[in-house]
Design a protein around this ligand. Structure first.
Ligand code: ZN
Length: 148
């Protein structure tokens, strides 16, 4: 199986079996994201325990890229502090070439050590119109965290 096939399998698995898909009760922060170009919708709910995201849910509809990115993001942020989430957001944006700062590159030895399944979305870079789909959950997250 090629790396490309493996990435496709990971994306489809998250699309078909989205993680953290049951809306949480009494969220501390919520945000809605829409990508009208593709018809993608993301509804994000967060519950905090101090500085940590104790629980997260993502629901929505749209293409496999937006929904799998949302599912992967929910796994990447659950149980993590704001500082850690800033780091994974920075690495994701760097991987997707959304930030061009030269020292923001992935660690080539361990590109997946922080991003995990999110690494599978790097193939999306080849399709600029799809980058908006992959990035939608992250802009929604920034809004929910008050940074957006
Ligand atoms: Zn889309």
């Amino acid at each position: 199986m090629s790396l490309e096939d493996l990435y496709r399998e990971v994306i489809l698995d998250h699309y078909r079996n989205p993680r953290n898909h049951d809306p949480i009760d009494a969220p501390d922060a919520t945000a809605e994201g829409v990508n009208p170009l593709c018809g993608d919708e993301i509804s994000l709910r967060l519950r905090f325990d101090g500085d940590t995201i104790a629980d997260v849910s993502v629901t929505g509809q749209g293409c496999s890229i937006s929904q799998s990115s949302a599912s992967m993001m929910s796994e990447a942020i659950k149980g993590h502090t704001r500082g850690e989430i800033e780091e994974v957001t920075r690495r994701f944006r760097s991987m997707m070439d959304l930030e061009s700062t030269s020292d923001d590159g992935l660690d080539p030895a361990h590109p997946g050590s922080v991003l995990g399944d999110l690494e599978s979305l790097q193939g999306v870079k080849a399709y600029p119109v799809r980058i908006k789909c992959a990035n939608l959950p992250w802009t929604t997250l920034a809004e929910a965290l008050g940074d957006g």
